[in-house]
Every structure is written in structure tokens, then in C-alpha cells.
Design a protein around this ligand. Structure first.
Ligand code: CA2
Length: 143
């Protein structure tokens, strides 16, 4: 299966700031972990990051017919973006929502996700492993 990984705003800063919240692993390190696991699962992975909401929407739309699943950490857009929610719902590509941190143990404004209701499921709170678990969930999705 081909799986598209999308990471949203500021996740390019991982490993460089706020290590107490997000750890010291960089997004490139996480991509390496995901690619290693993908080999074992026989999955093909495309790994992208953008700080721009519209770019994420474009990539979700383009996933239709090209990827079997999307795994998305939309970052702060999780809590604000009707546009990303509509893109996930509109394209119909099965999507797994992931987060590094346990957003429910954090500020109230992070407790709401506009995406969860249109995703197959949600994985959160496991740091870099959330991405690997997201891949495992994606390859095991039943249509
Ligand atoms: O826990 C997650 O994965 C989040 O999606 C991360 C987002 C946050 O807004 C969500 O509520 C939960 C923030 C990503 C920003 O990452 C940074 C990394 C290093 C330094 C600054 C920001």
C-alpha cells in the first residue's frame, strides 16, 4: 500500500525547540523510523510537511487514486481547519489522525479536533512512535 504522511505547521521545528513537550527527535528522524517500519510492512511512503493550510488541502485532494491511505498530523490546524476536514471528507481517502503529544492532557483549546470525525481513527500521545503506529493502522485499514 502507498501511504501519504502529512505534517502541518511548525513540525519542521521538531527536535530544535520545546524538547520538553515534543522531544528531541527531528521530523527527518521520524521519517527514518517510518521508512524502516514501512520496509517490514511492504508499504511505500511519501513524507511531506507544510506550514500552509492550502498546501495540505491540495495534497489531500491529490491523494485520491494515488494513495491507499493518508496519515496526518495537522499540527495546530487540527483545532481550527474546516478546510482540511472538508478535504479529508471530500476525497474519501481513508485517513488516520496522529499527534505526538496527548492533546487531552494539554490546554483546553487542543481538546477539540475538526478532523477526528472524518478520520478512521486517532493515535496520540506516543511521541515519534505515533507516526509509526499511524503507519501500522493505515496498512491494516479495511476499505
Ligand atoms: O502533538 C502534536 O503532534 C500536535 O499536533 C503538535 C502541534 C500542536 O499545535 C497540536 O496541538 C498537537 C504543534 C506542533 C509544533 O511543533 C513544534 C515543535 C518544536 C518547536 C515548536 C513547535
Amino acid at each position: 500500500m502507498r501511504v501519504l504522511f502529512l505534517s502541518g505547521p511548525n513540525l519542521n521545528l521538531l527536535g530544535t525547540r520545546e524538547p520538553a513537550v515534543y522531544g528531541s527527535t527531528t521530523l527527518a528522524d521520524i521519517e527514518g523510523l517510518v521508512r524502516e517500519r514501512a520496509k517490514g510492512l511492504g508499504a511505500e511512503v511519501d513524507f511531506r510537511q507544510s506550514n500552509h493550510e492550502g498546501q495540505l488541502v491540495d495534497w489531500i485532494q491529490e491523494a485520491r487514486g494515488k494513495f491507499g491511505a493518508v496519515v496526518i498530523n495537522a499540527g495546530a490546524y487540527t483545532h481550527t481547519s474546516v478546510a482540511i476536514r472538508d478535504a479529508i471528507a471530500g476525497t474519501g481517502v481513508p485517513t488516520v489522525e496522529i499527534h505526538l503529544s496527548n492533546v487531552h492532557a494539554r490546554e483546553e483549546f487542543r481538546h477539540q479536533s475538526y478532523l477526528s470525525a472524518v478520520c478512521k481513527g486517532v493515535i496520540l500521545g506516543f511521541g515519534a512512535q505515533s507516526y509509526v503506529l499511524g503507519l501500522e493502522a493505515a496498512v491494516n485499514l479495511k476499505a
